[in-house]
Design a protein around this ligand. Structure first.
Ligand code: M6R
Length: 607
């Protein structure tokens, strides 16, 4: 949730860290700070609010030095304030730490440290780490951090710096990501490779319980503090992919990237002649895939809704029962996992705490767990038994857009593969391959309506409540459309299966509560028309997203957004796009901060 950047080398650390924090601001944006080491002294500047406030503070109090740690915060313990902003220091000011995650036993440690005479400056859980390191320091920062780690429970990624050891950074992780960047005579530590991609492509993704000591070179140890070797990898995206380019917001840029990102998710994975898919990451378990009798999908938020689309398509094509469960629920009940059950974990970031915990629980119960992740080298990608990357490139906008369409694309490929291993004919497989290949250009057609959708958004921007209705494959799209609107515009929106409306939500319908109806021409189209009649009869306004050229719609809907025709199974890949644009324009028209909406963070690494 928070973002960490640290630097040691020959350049000034502060500008490099600020540049990295700007790339990570989407991870947390309620306060930020830097601490730089120079002449056996630590100098810290912190500010409440967005990074621009820290920029201003640094103009008044510039930081000089070539080793330092930086942080952008999403509050867990303690309100957003300068005092609670990271880095946090020990009482003597000789040790400072930045931290991502939660120290679950911090209250106990704090109490004990207080009894030993330590006074605290903040309400954070993080501050105990700085005091523990100071307490254990006996001439080796690495040893002191290792001793402190032994007392910590919970999830964390940390970087520690000390006035007593010039040029030294100690990083450690348990449950929160930390990546080491290797440059020419310089090193970086960050919670996300996006923060350092401008400076180096060479990285080492630390494993859980790893600690890295950077001191002109680097040394990684595991939980037993034995030295270990970790693979040096290349970052799989370019620096320009974490820049907005000519777009006013990352969210809009990412919506417009979808024709390309869907192609990237499909690249090399379709076998049109055989009417099937090829997924390298699943090769390990091909035999097992043939024998699957049940699939469980665990995910959160948008990834959960993509999983719901996956449920429909896997059941239709492969005939395998699928259950989609919120990872946060799965992890705390006692799920029944049989020998022929496969668990898929879907996560854009690959770091979501609930999804990661669900992965671990499923593995504990002996299940084969496969990941569908976007971020290469992320924790879920590494802890699963195999899986498929989305290859959608970095998603910076807090509202997930291109990840959703790539997740649905990958789930469709999985359904096709499983279906062709069972009863789907080569002919049907070929039809699906062809339809999939058309999707990117069809998304491009929808994007051409961006201006028209902005004009429609003008009509709806002052409504406070919205209902989104869909059936079958487009019920999860209704949920996703409503989530998009509420998270970036702070308007109330509810997604419902259209037929459920009459069991309650219909009571809300009036002229002030518009209904967004997703109604492609599938078997359920006439039923959707009936639901629209019900809304209209109660004075409700209707915005329809459809591929239909049916005269009856004009008499029912106040506004219609048209999408190209595809087979009904793939319609979510198209219907979701106008809903992303609608949410985006309503939020912009309302003056909301689209890329960094209030209270949210991109990657939710706490419970
Ligand atoms: O990184 P993940 O896909 O695991 O994230 C899951 C949710 O936190 C995420 O989809 C969230 O709901 C987004 N803000 C939705 O736009």
């Amino acid at each position: 949730m928070c973002g960490i950047v640290a630097y040691t080398g020959k350049q000034q650390a502060a500008p490099i860290m600020m540049d990295g924090l700007r790339k990570l601001e989407y991870r947390g944006y309620d306060s930020a700070g830097l601490c730089v080491q120079e002449n056996q002294h630590l100098d810290t500047v912190r500010a409440k609010g967005k990074l621009v406030e820290l920029d201003t503070a640094l103009q008044i109090h510039p930081l000089k030095g070539s080793t330092g740690i930086g942080h952008t915060r999403w509050a867990t313990h303690g309100a957003p304030s300068v005092e609670n902003a990271h880095p946090h220091a020990s009482m003597d000011g000789k040790f400072a730490v930045v931290h991502n995650g939660i120290i679950e036993n911090y209250a106990l440690i704090k109490e004990k440290l207080k009894q030993e005479g330590v006074t605290f400056q903040s309400e954070t859980d993080t501050e105990v780490i700085a005091h523990l390191v100071a307490k254990f320091y006996q001439g080796s920062l690495a040893q002191a951090v290792a001793d402190a780690l032994a007392h910590l429970e919970g999830a964390f990624g940390i970087v520690v710096v000390s006035a007593l050891e010039p040029g030294v950074l100690i990083g450690a992780r348990r449950g929160s990501p930390l990546v080491l960047g290797i440059g020419e005579d310089e090193f970086f530590l960050a919670s996300d490779a996006a923060a350092i991609v401008d400076h180096t492509q060479k990285v080492v993704y630390l494993n859980d319980n790893d600690m890295v000591e950077v001191n002109g070179t680097y040394r990684i140890t595991n939980q037993a503090r034995a030295e270990v070797r970790r693979e040096v990898q290349n970052i799989d995206f370019r620096a320009d992919q974490v820049a907005k380019g000519n777009f006013p917001h990352f969210m809009l840029k990412e919506i417009f990237e979808q024709p390309e990102t869907v192609v990237n998710s499909l690249r090399g994975r379709l076998l049109p002649d055989l009417g099937t898919a090829k997924l390298q990451g699943l090769n390990l378990v091909q035999q097992e895939l043939r024998g699957i009798e049940r699939i469980i999908i665990v995910a959160c938020g948008t990834s959960f809704y993509a999983g719901k689309v996956g449920e429909y398509i896997i059941e239709e094509l492969a005939g395998i029962p699928v259950e989609v469960e919120y990872a946060s629920e799965f992890r705390y009940r006692n799920p029944i996992i049989g020998p022929k059950t496969i668990v898929f974990a879907i996560s854009q970031s690959g770091e979501t705490a609930d999804t990661l915990a669900a992965v671990r629980e499923a593995k504990q119960k002996g299940a084969t767990v496969l990941g569908i992740c976007n971020v290469v080298g992320s924790t879920i990608a590494r802890e699963t038994d195999g899986g498929v990357y989305l290859h959608a490139g970095p998603e910076i906008g807090v509202a997930s857009t291109k990840a959703f369409t790539s997740q649905v694309t990958v789930l469709t490929l999985i359904a096709l593969l499983l279906g062709r291993m069972r009863h789907v004919s080569p002919e049907e497989g070929r039809r699906i391959c062809e339809a999939l290949r058309d999707i990117p250009s069809q998304i491009g057609e929808i994007l051409k309506q961006n201006d028209a959708i902005r004009i429609i958004a003008e009509e709806y921007k002052n409504n406070r409540n919205f209902l989104y209705l869909g059936r079958g494959y487009n019920y999860p799209v209704a949920l996703e459309g409503a989530l998009k609107l509420k998270e970036i515009s702070y308007l109330h929106a509810e997604g419902y299966p259209a037929a459920e409306m009459k069991h309650g939500p219909i009571a809300l319908i009036d002229a002030d509560m518009p209904t967004v109806v997703i109604c492609p021409t599938d078997d359920l189209f006439d039923k959707m028309l009936s639901n629209m009649q019900e809304v209209k009869a109660r004075g409700g306004r209707i915005l329809a997203v459809t591929d239909a050229d049916d005269g009856r719609l004009a008499g029912l809907a106040n506004h219609i957004i048209r999408i190209p025709k595809t087979c009904h199974k793939l319609s979510p890949l198209l219907t979701v796009v106008p809903l992303q644009l609608l949410a985006y324009h309503i939020a912009v028209l309302r003056g909301c901060d689209v890329d960094t909406p209030r209270n949210l963070a991109k990657s939710v690494t706490v419970e």
